[in-house]
Write a protein of this length. Structure first.
Length: 313
């Protein structure tokens, strides 16, 4: 049954019936607005939009998988501030012919990803649109900690990474060439594995700057370099290319480090730490912060695009 036949309020009823409240949900879907607990007294908020054909394709991933991806993109931003996610708000703009069951699958994926961090989908909106669009807003709680922003890196700091990079970008390239394997890479694109707990752990360990790697490691580290007025040098040998990625790169004629250093959508966390601090579990050193500007790899400017640009041709 299409969403046009189901109707706006029928679709809302079908979707919200699948959503469970989280620990911080005081009032969930069904009223003019939701109410979410904010024990810290501050609310961390982030929003993102996914447009069909630009950010996802229904022939590449299921509704559940796209739900996981949409939630992960926002939950990772909350973790990158050193906060714990508490809730998601979701706006779905859909063409009238969309299968209502696909919308239910999307809701299941969103809810499942949120539940991995103890959060919940607490509300949102639906509207008709010729282009399927999913807009997600995530909320989070700092639990009394200071937020870890992009402008705190200092010369002498260690650059560290938690999570994997290059896998989702490799999966995207594989899918775009009409293949469905290696499964490791394709699944990484369809459903990111985000180290959410590493964000608050980094904040507790004294991280000086942090962000979510969504558009490419070098490009995103450039944001820290600019905000902090420092230079960042990355050690290429710090990254191990798995056999599946190396084989796919060889078959497709791609340098695998193009994926590793310039690919997004894995939503790893990158941060800087004082050199005298012990890195939290799961974090590994990948470079150093120095005086100057920009991002280099083994002391040299990187070649080619540094990452994803939404408005590039």
């Amino acid at each position: 049954m299409s969403v046009a036949r189901t109707g706006e309020f029928g679709l809302i009823a079908r979707v919200t019936a699948r959503l469970q409240p989280g620990p911080g949900t005081l009032l969930g879907p069904g009223d003019d607005a939701a109410i979410v607990a904010a024990p810290d007294g501050r609310v961390v908020a982030s929003t993102d939009a996914l447009v069909e054909g630009r950010h996802f394709r229904r022939d590449w991933a299921s509704g559940v998988e796209i739900g996981h991806r949409a939630a992960a993109a926002n939950l990772a931003d909350i973790a990158a501030m050193g906060a714990t996610p508490t809730a998601l708000l979701v706006a779905l703009c859909a063409p009238p012919g969309l299968d209502a069951r696909w919308a239910e699958d999307l809701a299941d994926g969103l809810a499942a990803e949120a539940a991995t961090v103890g959060a919940a989908v607490v509300g949102g909106d639906m509207a008709g649109s010729p282009t399927l669009t999913i807009a997600v807003t995530a909320l989070g709680d700092l639990a009394g900690r200071r937020p870890v922003t992009r402008d705190g890196a200092r010369a002498g700091d260690v650059v560290a990474l938690c999570g994997r990079v290059g896998y989702a970008a490799a999966g995207y390239t594989v899918l775009s060439r009409g293949f469905r394997t290696p499964v490791l890479l394709v699944d990484a694109y369809r459903r990111p594995k985000v180290p959410y707990a590493a964000g608050p752990a980094a904040a507790r360990a004294g991280a000086t700057a942090m962000l979510d790697v969504s558009d490419g490691l070098l490009q995103d580290l450039g944001h820290i370099a600019r905000a902090s007025k420092v230079a960042i040098d990355i050690d290429r040998s710090a990254f191990e290319v798995p056999p599946q990625m190396r084989d796919a790169a060889q078959a497709l004629g791609v340098d695998p480090y193009h994926w590793v250093l310039g690919g997004g959508d894995d939503h790893a966390l990158a941060a800087t730490f004082p050199s005298d601090r012990t890195l939290p579990e799961g974090w590994r050193e990948i470079g150093r912060v120095g005086e100057g500007t920009g991002v280099t790899v083994n002391g040299k400017p990187p070649k080619g695009p540094l990452g994803w640009d939404h408005f590039a041709s």
